[in-house]
Design a binder for this molecule. Structure first.
Ligand SMILES: *[C@@H]1O[C@H](CO)[C@@H](O)[C@H](O)[C@H]1NC(C)=O
Ligand SMILES: *[C@@H]1O[C@H](CO)[C@@H](O)[C@H](O)[C@H]1NC(C)=O
Ligand SMILES: *[C@@H]1O[C@H](CO)[C@@H](O)[C@H](O)[C@H]1NC(C)=O
Ligand SMILES: *[C@@H]1O[C@H](CO)[C@@H](O)[C@H](O)[C@H]1NC(C)=O
Ligand SMILES: *[C@@H]1O[C@H](CO)[C@@H](O)[C@H](O)[C@H]1NC(C)=O
Ligand SMILES: *[C@@H]1O[C@H](CO)[C@@H](O)[C@H](O)[C@H]1NC(C)=O
Length: 330
């Protein structure tokens, strides 16, 4: 039943995607026109009630594929190990622009990948979907060995947990919210203090305007000796990952950061649990939910194709390669 259901959803979404384009179907509140959300949520609820099956063969297959194609453990972030003084770094989205690794930048890089020595055990990747509100998933998330969060999202012991090991920062959050970081690092330092000794990761070389914002973030936190280390995504990793998924039919301008880090977890962790990844504006009981668990601001539909990514995640869940959580935990 569950497999037939999934096949049905894939077929339906594929047909709709081809005939209308995902953007039309999934924009804001009209995103569900043409799709029977009631049917989808009912079927997914049934799927979520199936016993979780973990397929170690499938997990290892994914890990090996990702490792040989993208190599997160060697290249996810720029380190002194994988980056040489005076080399140039090619931007992820604009191969014509390069940035030279001068001593100042080299000095910002960590010696080596911080999580290398062994596979991480259980990892929780916590998206920001409104589906997490009142979920009571905090304790379960906190029980993971490694927790990944996004965009400096607020944390909460009840719904999303407090443990944080890797937290993404969007450079535009710095641009908008933390002007004059060199003179006034206080507010940012305060904002990230809730994450303890987590690493903060920024796409410093995705777009040229990201670079100085990312450097300022690192310098601001360094200037006060904050326990949070700032690291930069390696643009070549992101390009490899993009290529990996394009070759598997995922067509979008740029993968979402959430999807990127789920892939990182699939390579680095024994078991991956994902929370808060849900592209619809009602929950499985068809109650309206906010866009994020902490606010109701809409996403950038321009860039990401959340439903396409969601289908891949569902597929990984149904293969037993990761566990997707869409319902309250308690
Ligand atoms: C586990 O995954 C492998 C590889 O995809 C597949 O051949 C096998 O049938 C799966 N096992 C189960 C029990 O689903
Ligand atoms: C991954 O990257 C590391 C560091 O650059 C390298 O030592 C290792 O050989 C790479 N592994 C693969 C499979 O490419
Ligand atoms: C880097 O370039 C500078 C000059 O631009 C040179 O003095 C220095 O020796 C170079 N260092 C390395 C490690 O290549
Ligand atoms: C969450 O719980 C609060 C109080 O228990 C309630 O007012 C609110 O409507 C709930 N929100 C959702 C999205 O379920
Ligand atoms: C970070 O802090 C936690 C407890 O707060 C500790 O268990 C962990 O070892 C620390 N990690 C690092 C890399 O310092
Ligand atoms: C955070 O937790 C409190 C209870 O501890 C709850 O009332 C509140 O709704 C939660 N907020 C979010 C954003 O999850």
């Amino acid at each position: 039943m569950a497999v037939a259901t999934l096949k049905w959803i894939f077929r339906l979404l594929t047909i709709l995607t081809i005939s209308h384009g995902v953007c039309v179907i999934f924009q804001g509140n009209v995103m569900l026109s043409g799709i029977d959300i009631k049917k989808i949520t009912e079927e997914l609820k049934e799927l979520m009630d199936c016993p979780v099956k973990s397929n170690i063969t499938q997990r290892e297959l994914n890990r090996v594929r990702l490792h040989f194609s993208c190599n997160a453990s060697g290249t996810l972030i720029l380190t002194k190990q994988n980056t040489a003084l005076n080399q140039t770094i090619q931007y992820e989205t604009n191969t014509k622009v390069k940035h030279k690794v001068n001593p100042e930048l080299y000095d910002m890089l960590p010696q080596d990948f911080p999580w290398n020595s062994k596979y991480l055990g259980q990892c929780a990747v916590v998206g920001s979907g409104g589906i997490l509100k009142n979920s009571s998933c905090g304790a379960q998330i906190d029980s993971a060995d490694f927790v990944i969060r996004f965009n400096m999202a607020p944390i909460n012991d009840s719904d999303v947990g407090l443990k944080s090991d890797l937290v993404t920062v969007n450079p535009s959050q710095i641009r908008v919210g933390y002007k004059d970081l060199d003179k006034n690092p206080g507010p940012l330092v305060e904002r990230v203090s809730v994450y303890g000794n987590a690493s903060l990761i920024l796409p410093a070389f995705a777009y040229t305007f990201n670079t100085q914002l990312s450097f300022s973030t690192l310098k601001a936190l360094r200037s006060v000796n904050a326990p949070q280390k700032v690291v930069f995504f390696s643009p070549s990793y992101l390009k490899m990952l993009d290529r990996f998924w394009k070759a598997r039919g995922l067509k979008e301008i740029r993968l979402s950061t959430g999807f990127m880090l789920i892939n990182v977890a699939l390579e680095l962790c024994e078991h991956v649990h994902i929370y808060g990844f849900w592209p619809f504006d009602v929950n499985l009981d068809q109650q309206a939910i906010s866009h994020h668990y902490y606010d109701d601001k809409g996403p950038s539909r321009r860039m990401h194709s959340m439903p396409q990514e969601f289908l891949r995640l569902l597929q990984l869940h149904s293969q037993g390669a990761l566990t997707m959580h869409l319902q309250p935990c308690a």
